[in-house]
Write a protein that binds this ligand. Structure first.
Ligand code: URP
Ligand code: ZN
Ligand code: ZN
Length: 470
């Protein structure tokens, strides 16, 4: 069955042109003029953009983070993803102390089988215990990215020994190391002092995780990765202090990349002070920062210092999870939902307000994550032979973001009440129409596990400084 998306404005990280896109089976078969005669069905994309499906490389769907279960399983989380224009997610699989990596992988394949996705799903492992051995073998199993937490002491945090040893393993086996960069030890001291003083409200989440401690850990991780000879990806950069070492490393041509997340572009610290404990909705880590940081993040996206915008989707519920601890900010589960809103928020406030170009939007949300995480050119662009993961995006559709309308099972939305122009209209995952006119039409199971290729510097133009920006 062939299908044509006709007359749309095809936008990739590099090109922008009007064309028909012929989809045959799971792949893009032709891009050109007047292809409708070759198809069994036609989607008219006149006046719309045809974008590559988004790739979100930072999600916490299914299971939970630390001890708190999340609301979305792979089915509901990926339904939310595709409705927001994301057709691939790379999700974290957290290792328990002593758990062999092969068992961890089997566990997460089981979980994926139990809640079949509608988007394709890759895995990263979050490493806490190297003593079990066998980490390098994950690369051959299609999992070439190892995440380490430099914070959350007593839970997911690793010491520098484990961090550096993992980096050495990654250097030898073609894996990308990802770090949550905050100085977890110093944060514990600040939390203890705040609680001892009786400072227990959500704003203290931010005040005990100051930007200096994100900057310190980011610089430390970059220096350790350089010494170990492994490529490094810094997740959820939130502030100027963390941007600085990233700029330093990238300017020097080191193998370092970094992302920010949608929420750091649109929230600030004052939101933690919202009345009636609503501030707890903004308890995510690193915390929301300042207007100055937001401006610097936008500049860094435009300049190519930051390579990706992910969501760090953690589908906690306000009522069930965030209110668990009203008298101790340090026990409020960390994280917020957002998988559905990335493209619309970046299109409206990024492209619409001329902070980034349309091509840059595609680069940040699809092409660059696909390249960094071993998926390109199968994913992340519109090209003959690539997977037909496509988004027909209506740039003039308007809507107001609201938890009541979202597909994620989380019950709140960080951007509640925000009006945006531009929305995904039709979405294909490997040639199958999963969203039509904004409505989900696919059954669970369209998506599948996505083995990824080892990290390859050549995908990023050899040495690294400014690559892979387009
Ligand atoms: O607050 C957050 N971001 N929770 C999820 C875990 C993490 O740190 O990425
Ligand atoms: Zn994190
Ligand atoms: Zn995260």
């Amino acid at each position: 069955m062939a299908l044509v998306i006709a007359g749309g404005r095809v936008v990739t990280a590099a090109d922008d042109f009007i064309a028909d896109v012929l989809v045959d089976g799971e792949r893009i078969a032709m891009i050109g003029a007047n292809l409708s005669d070759r198809a069994d069905s036609v989607i008219d994309a006149t006046g719309a953009y045809v974008l590559p499906g988004g790739v979100d490389p930072h999600t916490h769907i299914e299971g939970g983070f630390v001890h708190t279960p999340v609301r979305d399983d792979f089915t509901s989380g990926t339904v939310a993803a595709v409705c927001g224009g994301t057709t691939t997610v790379v999700n974290f699989c957290p290792q328990a102390q002593g758990q062999p990596f092969s068992d961890l992988l089997s566990e997460w394949h089981r979980r994926l089988g139990a809640s079949p996705p509608v988007a394709d799903v890759g895995f990263h492992v979050s490493v806490v215990d190297l003593s079990v051995g066998g980490l390098a073998e994950l690369v051959a199993a299609g999992v070439p990215s190892f995440k380490l937490f430099m914070a959350y002491k007593g839970r997911m945090m690793v010491d520098d020994e484990t961090l550096f040893a993992t980096m050495q393993i990654a250097a030898g086996c073609g894996a990308l190391v990802m770090v949550h960069a905050e100085n977890g030890g110093a944060i514990e001291v600040l939390i203890g002092e705040a609680l001892a003083r009786g400072d227990t409200s959500p704003i203290w989440h931010s005040r005990t995780r100051p930007p200096e401690l994100e900057g310190e850990a980011t610089a430390r991780a970059i220096d350790l990765a350089r010494l170990a000879g492994c490529p490094l990806y810094v997740v959820h950069v939130s502030c100027c202090e963390a941007l600085e070492p990233v700029v330093r490393g990238r300017t020097a041509g080191w193998e370092v990349w970094a992302e920010t997340c949608t929420q750091y572009l649109f929230t600030d610290e004052s939101m933690l002070e919202r009345p009636d404990f609503e501030g707890a909705k903004f308890v995510f880590t690193p915390p929301p920062r300042t207007e100055v940081d937001r401006r610097r993040l936008w500049d860094a996206l435009a300049a190519g210092t930051l390579s990706v915008v992910s969501t760090d989707h953690v589908p906690y519920a306000w009522d069930e999870h965030k209110t668990l601890s009203r008298n101790d900010f340090s026990k409020i589960p960390n994280g917020a939902p957002g998988i559905e809103d990335r493209l619309a928020m970046l299109h409206h406030f990024g492209v619409g307000e001329r902070r980034i170009s349309l091509g840059k939007l595609v680069a940040l949300t699809a092409t660059q994550p696909a390249k960094l995480f071993g998926l390109y050119p199968k994913k992340g662009t519109v090209a003959v032979g690539g997977d037909a993961d496509l988004v027909v995006f209506d740039p003039s559709a308007t809507r107001t973001i609201s938890a009541a309308m979202q597909r994620s099972k989380s019950d709140y939305n960080l951007y509640e009440g925000t009006s945006v122009t531009g929305a995904p209209r039709d979405v294909l995952v490997r040639g199958q129409l999963v969203v039509r006119d904004g409505e989900l039409i696919a059954e669970p199971g369209v998506g599948t596990f996505l083995p990824r290729a080892p990290f390859a510097p050549s995908r990023h133009g050899g040495a690294v400084g400014g690559a892979p920006e387009q």
